[in-house]
Design a protein around this ligand. Structure first.
Ligand code: FAD
Length: 561
């Protein structure tokens, strides 16, 4: 009886959209294409920016480019798209990736269903109607049955609360909010705060233009050369002919790359043998040094030390001043436990006469921003421009900013104060019909992200098709069951604890590697991770649900069978 009443009440409430997607980067664009063109749903997208592209719309700092190889840093769901697009370099620059995403938006006719310049600030579930109401900063109010947060794991800027920031008389830019017409550093004294992946890309470029550059470092970074360049046309042709194989291999790999670890222990090799292997990976450049190295670097401190030692020797061999080399040498965390930045002349930049490194532990941390520059370790460094390269409030930041309230008015931001709890980064108990793409506890930024995105979008599409077919879009109570959610979170925690036994990864409180935010990510491939998800109905309904006639709309009472 209750069910019947519930269903008729739901049927009488009008929705503006079947689904609302938040964000128009890689995730939101593919989600729109899938829900609108495969399931024929009535969908809209709210995007805070004035164009598509997400990460590649916002991050326009000098040197911004991807560090996944371009042939797999793209959508792979459309065979024709794979054949028609040509990348110019191994790691294309921001403007080329943005052009690619613009091309996809045109090709799949996405823009008519995207509302640009609309920032979602409230997403509230109504227990009675079982619908979500979304509000934007610009005053829009819409109601939908499904909400998909495609807001990006790295889209909420992290700006540390520096004392005196407002008082600075020069210009100050965060790298993810870069002016579209660029910044001229000619004849300027520039300070860059942060030496993570973004700093590693930006510092060599800025040093070439600026009169003087001061780099403020909190934690040094292990770097491996990117070895960017044009891709041999024969290699490109061979890859285009083998995209079915490539797609299969990246989906079944640990991190979404065509890379696999060396199973042998590095401790079972002779110094000559491993040196040869390290040199080979170093010369190839890119992620092999991190993701195709001896696997026990993740399980044994002794093994990790052997590999880290190779990189430390490279720092000493490249940086002329031994004091500066020492400052640039990481000492407080094991190699490989942060996403590996790839560099082009990063270490060499510290040999330039116009570049100074101020290290928080040896020279003293930043104390305040003054009207004329930055004071660190009791000394003032005069500056005209400050570049804040401090990364993101990663993984949870953009979701917390949505003002999400689930069943019984539960606020997500409050519930996640002690760290996120999700079902594999895809769904959250107590927040029915709300999906997240590359959310916390998914492989997310530890993977080649487009691979994780495609996996999530395809799973969400199938799940919604199933709900539409069987339950007329009513919230699926089993998604996820609170008990199951807790079990999964425990499994994820245990995997991480055991996987990194002996390494004692230090919890970091800011930047991409904020373990607290990650909610203990599982180091596994999206495919493997989602295999346990197959206990939910996705696999069973695939064939049936994807061939539903259009007449199976939400208004049909029990029409799905
Ligand atoms: C500089 C940089 C380099 C990177 N390089 C790589 C790489 O080489 N390989 C790799 O795998 N990954 C890389 N990444 C990670 C990258 O974020 C992903 O690869 C991918 O672009 C994520 O796509 P997305 O659509 O999930 O998120 P995003 O691209 O971040 O898009 C999210 C969108 O949501 C919008 N949004 C957020 N909140 C709201 C709101 N409240 N209302 C409305 N709209 C909102 C944002 O404006 C944004 O447009 C990089 C990230 C950065 C920052």
């Amino acid at each position: 009886m209750t069910n019947v009443q519930g269903e008729s009440r739901r049927a009488s409430v009008k929705t503006d959209f079947d689904a609302v997607i938040i964000g128009a980067g890689f995730s939101g664009m593919y989600m729109l294409h899938s829900l609108r063109d495969k399931l024929d749903l009535n969908v809209t997208v709210f995007e805070a920016g004035d164009g598509v592209g997400g990460t590649w719309y916002w991050n326009r700092y000098p040197g911004a480019r991807c560090d996944s190889d371009s042939y797999i840093y793209c959508y792979t769901f459309d065979k024709n798209l794979l054949q028609e697009w040509n990348w110019s370099e191994r790691y294309p620059e921001q403007d080329e990736i943005l052009r690619y995403l613009e091309h996809c938006a045109e090709r799949f006719d996405l823009k008519p269903d995207i509302q640009f310049g609309k920032r979602v600030v409230e997403v509230v579930f109504d227990d009675n109607t079982e619908l979500w109401t979304l509000r934007t900063e610009q005053g829009d109010v819409v109601r939908a049955r499904f909400v998909i947060a495609a807001v990006g794991a790295l889209s909420a800027a992290n700006i540390p609360p520096f004392k005196g920031l407002e008082s600075f008389k020069g210009k100050c830019y965060h790298t993810s909010q870069w002016p579209h017409d660029g910044v001229d550093f000619t004849a300027k004294r520039v300070g860059v705060i942060g030496t993570g992946a973004t700093g590693v890309q930006a510092i060599p470029e800025i040093a070439q233009q600026a009169k003087h550059l001061t780099v403020f470092q909190r934690t040094p970074t292990f770097c491996v050369p990117a070895r960017n360049g044009r891709v041999d046309p024969e290699v490109t042709t061979a890859r285009k002919a083998d995209y079915d194989g490539i797609r299969q291999r990246i989906k079944n790999s640990f991190f979404g790359f065509e890379l696999n670890f060396i199973l042998k222990s590095v401790l079972d090799t002779t110094p000559e043998e491993r040196e040869q292997e390290f040199d080979r990976m170093w010369d190839v450049g890119g992620f092999p040094f991190w993701l195709a190295n001896y696997q026990d670097m993740f399980f044994s401190k002794e093994a990790n030390d052997v590999i880290a030692d190779y990189l430390k020797r490279k720092i000493r061999a490249t940086v002329n001043d031994p004091v500066v080399a020492e400052k640039l040498t990481p000492k407080t965390y094991p190699y490989g436990t942060k996403r590996q930045p790839l560099d082009t002349n990063y270490l060499e930049t510290f040999n330039k006469k116009n570049v100074v490194l101020v290290d928080a532990s040896t020279d003293g941390p930043i104390e305040e921003i003054t009207p004329n520059g930055i004071r660190a370790g009791g000394k003032e460094y005069p500056l005209d421009i400050i570049v804040v390269a401090t990364g993101f409030d990663a993984l949870t930041g953009s979701l917390k900013q949505l003002g999400i309230k689930g069943r019984g008015g539960r606020a997500l931001a409050q519930e996640w104060e002690e760290g996120p709890q999700t079902y594999l980064g895809l769904a959250i108990a107590g927040y029915p019909n709300l999906f997240t793409i590359t959310g916390p506890q998914s492989p997310s930024v530890l993977s080649n992200v487009p691979v994780s995105i495609e996996q999530h979008v395809e799973w969400i599409t199938e799940c919604i098709a199933h709900m539409r077919c069987r339950r007329q879009g009513a919230p699926l109570p089993a998604l996820p069951r609170p008990g199951r959610r807790r079990r999964v979170s425990q499994e994820v925690r245990r995997g991480r604890r055991e996987g990194l036994r002996g390494l004692r990864v230090r919890e970091r409180r800011s930047g991409r590697n904020r373990a607290h935010n990650c909610g203990r990510m599982n180091l596994t491939s999206p495919d493997r991770e989602l295999r346990s998800f197959s206990r939910l109905p996705a696999r069973r309904f695939r064939r049936k649900s994807m061939t539903l006639p259009k007449s199976h709309g939400f208004a049909h009472p029990r029409g799905g069978k």
